[in-house]
Design a binder for this molecule. Sequence first.
Ligand SMILES: Nc1ncnc2c1ncn2[C@@H]1O[C@H](COP(=O)(O)OP(=O)(O)OP(=O)(O)O)[C@@H](O)[C@H]1O
Ligand code: SF4
Ligand SMILES: [Mg+2]
Length: 341
Amino acid sequence: MEKILEVENLQVSFHTYAGEVKAVRGIDFDLKKGETLALVGESGCGKTVTAKAIMRLLKEPPTEIKKGSKIIFNGEDVIKMSKKRLSSFRGEDISMIFQDPMTSLNPTMTIGDQIMESLIIHKKLNKKEAQKEAVRLLELVNIPNAKERIKSFPHELSGGMRQRIMISIALSCNPRILIADEPTTALDVTIQAQILDLLKELQNKFETSIILVTHDLGVVANFADKIQVMYAGQVVERGSRDEIFYNCMHPYTWALLSSVPRLDTKSKEELYALGGTPPDLILPLKGCPFSSRCKHCMEICLEEAPQKTELSNTHSLSCWLQHPYAPKVEKPEALRGERNE
Ligand SMILES: Nc1ncnc2c1ncn2[C@@H]1O[C@H](COP(=O)(O)OP(=O)(O)OP(=O)(O)O)[C@@H](O)[C@H]1O
Ligand code: SF4
Ligand SMILES: [Mg+2]
C-alpha cells in the first residue's frame, strides 16, 4: 500500500521562560492510504503537539521542530513547505478535527458560513455553489434538516451535532489525511459510537487516512488498524490493533489497557487506575521515562533508556524487560484472557 505520510525522528520543543520543554522526543511512524493510526497516551504525552507539528500549526518560534526531524507527505517535505503551499496543504491535503468543537467553531458565524468559507477559499466555489455544497456536506454527516440547519449558530446545536459540523468542515475539501484529536471525548457513549461509525463510513467512502488521537484505548478497539502508545513525548510500544490488544508487552500499555472498562469485569471489581504522574518534560530524562511509576522497574531502568525491541514487522517496544537477562514478568491477570479489549 502506498505510504501517504512518513514521520521520522520528529522532535518538537517549546522555548519558555522556564527553559526548553521537550514535548516530542524523536518519534517515527508512517501512514498508508485508507489506514487508521491511533496515537494513544495520557494527558501531556505529546499527542496534540505531534498532530499540530505534522500540520505545521505550531508557532515557530517559540516552538522549534528540531533539526533531523522529517515529515514527508506523499513524497513532499512538509518542513520545507512555503507559506503558500502550507495554506493549500492544510485545507486540501490534510485537515484536523480539534479537541474541543465549541472553541474551534466561531460563535459569531452561522455554521453554513463556516463550512462555506473553506469551500470558497480552497475549492474556489462561488457563494451559491458553496451553499449547495454545505447542505450536501451536512447531509453527509447525517445532520437532519440540513437546509435549515446551515442558518444555526454553534451554541444552538448539541455537542454531537457540533462534532459532526467539525467533521463536515474537515472533510469539505476531500483531504487525503484526517487528524481527529479526541473527537469524542466530550460526548456521551452512544454519541461517541455514532461519531466513530460516521468517521469509518466516510473513510471507506473517500479512502481517507486517519490519525486518531485519544487517551482512551477503549475508543480505538474497533477503529484503528495500528496503535502507537506514547509516553513523555516518546513512543513506548507500537503494533497492529491485535498485537496491542492480544499481546502488548510494555508495562505502560498494560496499565492503559487495565484501566479500560471490560464487559467481563465483575461488578464489584474496581477499575485499575495508574498512580503517579508523568515526568516533567522540562527536566532531562534519565533512564526509562516510565521508571517512577513502573512496578517492574529495575536498576538499569533508572540509568539507561531501553533500546527498541522488534517483536514483528509491525510490533515493537522499548522496555528492559525484553532483555534476555531480565526476569520473566507475567502480564497483569486482568489482561490474561482471550482478548484484552
Ligand atoms: N505552548 C506550549 N508551551 C509549553 N509547553 C507546551 C505547550 N503546548 C504543549 N506543551 C507541553 O507539551 C506537552 C505535550 O502536550 P500535548 O498537548 O501534546 O499533550 P496531549 O498528549 O495532547 O495531552 P491531552 O490528552 O491533555 O490533550 C505537555 O507537557 C504540555 O505541557
Ligand atoms: S524499562 Fe524498566 S521501568 Fe521502563 S517500563 Fe520497562 S521495566 Fe518498567
Ligand atoms: Mg491533546
